[in-house]
Structures are given as structure tokens and as C-alpha cells.
Design a protein around this ligand. Structure first.
Ligand SMILES: *[C@@H]1O[C@H](CO)[C@@H](O)[C@H](O)[C@H]1NC(C)=O
Ligand SMILES: *[C@@H]1O[C@H](CO)[C@@H](O)[C@H](O)[C@H]1NC(C)=O
Ligand SMILES: *[C@@H]1O[C@H](CO)[C@@H](O)[C@H](O)[C@H]1NC(C)=O
Ligand SMILES: *[C@@H]1O[C@H](CO)[C@@H](O)[C@H](O)[C@H]1NC(C)=O
Length: 438
């Protein structure tokens, strides 16, 4: 009688975990317990701490795993069975922080935090102003306004509302230096369906205009202005999980859309959301990202987020006049949730934080705490420093020699790279790119 009840509640029942640990003897039972913990966690989102009450129990820093290289490890099938984990002799220790890369500490200076904490927000820098759009405040609450940071006096202000029908997260966004083009994304909290609605903002008058709907709704498509056209590619399709490969463009000028419809362009070799998309020197780059994402739980009236398998990658694709995608050297590690985490300085793309491939054994989400430089001249990646903590969906800015970042979801501590608190904190450090790499 008791069993079904316990089974039903075991996800959130620490005493059962204890009971199991006391009644288990030997390696087999350790494996069982481990499986139990995995099963208990596999369906719960790591977006927010409230969704993962078990994590406090899982502070063990070292776990046994088969002797595979980390590049090998990340290629383990996502649902690696208990059998494959226990049959192979465990002969190496893999810490939770194994994916951190060696990098110099940077002196980060705290700046005034954003008015609200923000996950999956969007941002555009125009001269000395950083416009920070929407985002989740919590999994059940999304922002529908813009906050503006002024780099000249390091203050936040100038809050204004976004249109009702505009997405609140997972937006595609680009600017020509005055007008901001806002494409598709997810309206509302949790894992609600995406929209194809798109808008133009005049940052001078704060006026919003409609623009033609994207041909299909998308989550977090890579978006940039290039050669007089707004390009939108990749992202996730309507179920939030299936990677989109489509690539569309539409001619725009000074906030006006010059064509009636989007045009189909050469599809991107690998689809998916949460990538950096950057145009420098007449070339378009798409960096990192992932395949798959959280999905709405079937039948959930609130579209409750539930975790699904994700593959994070570090691929770099480039388009030039030839309109043929070229692969460039990948990031030093897979990295996603970086769509607004980049700046361009001295012919280099600088990227702050992100998420990397999940832990090969625990399947936990791992955040990224490094600052990366991609030198467009040499096409070489370097890890140039560490952030104050690991964090995803950062919003980066660069002004007067300073690299800034704000917002996102940070880690659980130096020894625990799993996501926890959503923050609005802002930091800056003097950026010094070595002359050999500029
Ligand atoms: C992965 O491991 C297998 C053996 O288990 C080995 O043959 C292969 O070379 C490894 N791959 C990499 C990329 O290290
Ligand atoms: C893991 O395997 C490699 C290659 O087979 C070996 O050189 C290394 O010593 C092994 N590490 C451990 C901890 O057994
Ligand atoms: C930004 O700050 C500078 C220096 O205080 C000020 O002159 C400027 O008007 C501010 N810009 C905006 C848009 O508030
Ligand atoms: C960029 O290049 C200029 C000119 O060489 C140099 O003065 C500046 O320090 C460089 N910026 C960074 C962040 O390294």
C-alpha cells in the first residue's frame, strides 16, 4: 500500500533517499541510488531552484565514471543506461567542475545592478546606452519593459514598455544604430508557444512599429542586419525543441521594411536556439548554440517547462558574399545561451559566460564562467579570463575600454556549476587584448 504513495512522492522526499542509502549495501546499491537520483531529477527543470529540491542532497563533488576523455565523455549518449555505467570499471574521478577551462582571474568591479533580475533577456548597445529588453524575472513572471543603462555615468533608467504582443524572451534582435528590429520569441512565462510577431523600435522617439511576421514562429533565432537585410536563421521550432534550419531575410532601411515578405535564404548547416550572431567586416558569424530545449509539459494549462535532452555545441559558421556557409574553428568548449553575451572589440568577438554540455554522468546543466575571444584576423579562440562566477544569458556591453556584463542565471557556487539564482548584477573589467591577437 505504501509503495505507490512513496513512489508518487519520492521526487521530493529526502527521507526516502536516506532510507535508500541506509538499506543499500555495495556498489550495486550505490548505482541504484545514483539512478534513483538521476530519475528523480531528469524531469525537473533547472531553470530555478524551486524546481529542484533534491540538489541540496547532491553536494558530492566527485563521482566515479569510466575512464574516457572529456571530449569522449561529452559524446556519451544522453540516456546512457545504468548498465553501461556500472559494467565499465569506474576508474577515474570527474569533478562537477571538470568543464571549467584554465583562465586568468580578471579584476571585476561591481556596478549598479539592473532594476530587475533577468533570464533570457535581450539587449542592444547603441553608443553609450545599453537597451535591455524583457526576459524572465522568475519562471512564472516575465518582464514587458526595457531598462536602459547609461555607460557615461553608469546609471540605470529610462524604463519604457514593450508592445503587448511582443515576445518576452527568446527574441531575435539587431540594430542599425538607431532602429532595433525585434523578431519572434516567446510571449509569456514558463514554456509557452512562440510567436512570429516582429517589431521595430525607434530608440530616439521610443515608437514601436509592426513588421511582417516571420514565416514561422521561432524561439531564439540567430538574427542580424547584413547588407541591407535583416537575416533570421535557426532557433527552435514551434514545439520549442526541434531545431529550425530555415534562414529568412527581408530588406530594411532606417526602420522601414522595404519588402512585403520574407525571402528564403541558404539554410544554416546546424539549427537551434541561443547562439551569438555577429556581423563584422561584411561577414556574418553564427556562434555556438544548442539543439533541443525545455518543452511545455503535454497538457499543462500553464505550459509548465519540462527538461528535454539538449546538445550544446561550439560550432562557428560564417557567411560571406558567396552566400555559402563556411565552418570556422569551434569555441574552446560547447557554449549556448550567448545570444546577447558578445561584443566586438578590435576585430575580435568577446563572449561572456553561457552554458556548456551537461555533465556526462550526472546530466546536470553546467554553466560557463569564462570570457572567450575569437580573433577574426587569425580565426583563433582564446580564453582570456574568468567571470566573477559562471553565468548564462548574460548581456554584454563595451564602452571606453571597459567590458561590462549584467543579468542572467548564475551558478550555485565556485564548486557547483549548476544554474541557480537569476540576477540583475552588473560588473565591469578593463579589457586588454594582447596586441599579438588584435
Ligand atoms: C573515445 O574512446 C574510445 C575508446 O573508448 C577511443 O577509441 C576514442 O579514440 C576516444 N575518442 C576520443 C575523441 O578521445
Ligand atoms: C585512463 O586511460 C588512459 C589511456 O588509456 C591512461 O593513460 C590513464 O592512465 C587512465 N587514467 C586512469 C586514472 O586510470
Ligand atoms: C547619459 O549620461 C550622460 C552623463 O551623465 C548624460 O549627459 C546623458 O544625457 C545621459 N544619456 C541619457 C540618454 O540619459
Ligand atoms: C584596441 O586597439 C587600440 C589601438 O591599437 C588599442 O589602443 C586598444 O588598447 C585596444 N583595445 C583593447 C581592449 O585591447
Amino acid at each position: 500500500m505504501a509503495m505507490p504513495k512513496i513512489t508518487h512522492h519520492h521526487k521530493h522526499n529526502p527521507s526516502l533517499t536516506l532510507l535508500l542509502s541506509f538499506s543499500c549495501i555495495g556498489l550495486l546499491c550505490v548505482a541504484l541510488l545514483f539512478d534513483f537520483l538521476l530519475a528523480a531529477s531528469s524531469s525537473s527543470a533547472s531553470l530555478f531552484p524551486s524546481l529542484s529540491p533534491l540538489w541540496t542532497l547532491r553536494r558530492q563533488q566527485l563521482i566515479l565514471l569510466p575512464n574516457v576523455t572529456s571530449s569522449n565523455a561529452s559524446a556519451l549518449p544522453p540516456e546512457a543506461s545504468a548498465e553501461s555505467r556500472t559494467v565499465r570499471a569506474p576508474d577515474r574521478l570527474l569533478s562537477a567542475t571538470f568543464s571549467d577551462l584554465p583562465a586568468p582571474q580578471l579584476p571585476w568591479e561591481p556596478m549598479p545592478p539592473a532594476p530587475v533580475p533577468r533570464l533570457d533577456g535581450a539587449a542592444i548597445q547603441i553608443d553609450n546606452l545599453l537597451y535591455v529588453f524583457a526576459g524572465y524575472g522568475t519562471i512564472d513572471y516575465v518582464h514587458s519593459h526595457v531598462d536602459v543603462f547609461n555607460f557615461s555615468d553608469n546609471t540605470w533608467g529610462g524604463r519604457f514598455s514593450t508592445p503587448k504582443e511582443m515576445g518576452n524572451s527568446h527574441l531575435g534582435m539587431a540594430t542599425d544604430g538607431r532602429y532595433v528590429y525585434i523578431v519572434a520569441g516567446q510571449p509569456g512565462p514558463q514554456c509557452r508557444p512562440p510567436t512570429s510577431r516582429s517589431f521595430v523600435l525607434d530608440t530616439v522617439t521610443k515608437r514601436w512599429d509592426d513588421m511582417p511576421n516571420l514565416p514561422d514562429p521561432r524561439y531564439a533565432p540567430a538574427t542580424q542586419l547584413w547588407r541591407g537585410r535583416l537575416h533570421v536563421m535557426g532557433g527552435s521550432g514551434t514545439n520549442r525543441h526541434t531545431p529550425g534550419l530555415e534562414h529568412w531575410s527581408i530588406a530594411v532601411k532606417d526602420g522601414k521594411v522595404l519588402e512585403k515578405d520574407w525571402r528564403s535564404e541558404v539554410p544554416i548547416p546546424r539549427g537551434g536556439p541561443h547562439r551569438a550572431c555577429v556581423v563584422v567586416d561584411d561577414k556574418l558569424y553564427v556562434i555556438g548554440g544548442q539543439e533541443g530545449d525545455f518543452m511545455a509539459k503535454p497538457g499543462s494549462p500553464i505550459f509548465k517547462c519540462s527538461r528535454r535532452n539538449e546538445v550544446v555545441y561550439g560550432d562557428v559558421y560564417m557567411l560571406d558574399q558567396g552566400m555559402k556557409w563556411k565552418s570556422l574553428p569551434p569555441m574552446p568548449k560547447p557554449n549556448s545561451h550567448i545570444e546577447f553575451s558578445w561584443v566586438v572589440v578590435n576585430n575580435s568577438i568577446i563572449i561572456t559566460g553561457g552554458t556548456t554540455e551537461k555533465h556526462p554522468v550526472t546530466k546536470r546543466m553546467l554553466l560557463v564562467g569564462e570570457v572567450f575571444q575569437f580573433n577574426l584576423g587569425t580565426q583563433k579562440w582564446t580564453v582570456i579570463g574568468k567571470l566573477p562566477y559562471r553565468i548564462k544569458t548574460t548581456i554584454a556591453g563595451y564602452y571606453d575600454g571597459w567590458l561590462y556584463f549584467t543579468s542572467g542565471q548564475k551558478d550555485r557556487g565556485a564548486d557547483n556549476p549548476q544554474p541557480k539564482k537569476v540576477v540583475g548584477d552588473m560588473w565591469r573589467t578593463r579589457l586588454r587584448l594582447s596586441s599579438s591577437s588584435s
